[in-house]
Design a protein around this ligand. Sequence first.
Ligand SMILES: CC[C@H](C(=O)O)C(=O)SCCNC(=O)CCNC(=O)[C@H](O)C(C)(C)COP(=O)(O)OP(=O)(O)OC[C@H]1O[C@@H](n2cnc3c(N)ncnc32)[C@H](O)[C@@H]1OP(=O)(O)O
Ligand SMILES: [Co+2]
Length: 134
Amino acid sequence: MLTNLEHLGLAVKDLEAATALYTKLLGQEPYKREHVASEAVDTVFFQVGGSKIELLAGTSPESAITRYLDKKPEGIHHVAFEVDDIRAEMARLRAEGFILLNEEPKQGADNKLVCFVHPKSANGVLVELCQSIQ
Ligand SMILES: CC[C@H](C(=O)O)C(=O)SCCNC(=O)CCNC(=O)[C@H](O)C(C)(C)COP(=O)(O)OP(=O)(O)OC[C@H]1O[C@@H](n2cnc3c(N)ncnc32)[C@H](O)[C@@H]1OP(=O)(O)O
Ligand SMILES: [Co+2]
């Protein structure tokens, strides 16, 4: 079951400039900065009530964020939902015909197991599922 809108992922070209802007916009400092080697991204997280803003900058040409920004403007890159049991949700979505981008959940940022649903399956939106790692 999807229990919460966990974060909005925003693709940015200049992480420091975007971090300064969101610090002003949200009126608060980020609570975490994290490099995710498996995704070749640097991330900055802000907590906004029960949801989060995740700023993402690619750290290599192969990064999904770099590839995205090669073709599209900065902005909302993905929407992430919290789930209780990511493997059960992956099985449920596969059975419903959704295209998943991962065979297995993988280590994400912010102590999460994550997977992604192809935008083609979700009406043009890249969807991420996140399960907290205890
Ligand atoms: C895990 C760390 C962190 C976390 O929160 O824990 C993250 O969130 S990491 C986030 C970055 N990582 C990912 O996004 C991994 C999943 N993404 C992918 O596998 C690819 O980006 C993929 C498959 C969505 C797109 O790959 P690629 O760019 O190589 O393919 P195309 O350019 O051919 O795109 C295919 C098709 O999809 C459309 N597209 C691409 N990206 C997005 C997007 N973010 N939102 C919506 N649509 C997207 C693209 O426009 C193409 O559509 P078409 O109609 O054919 O033009
Ligand atoms: Co994310």
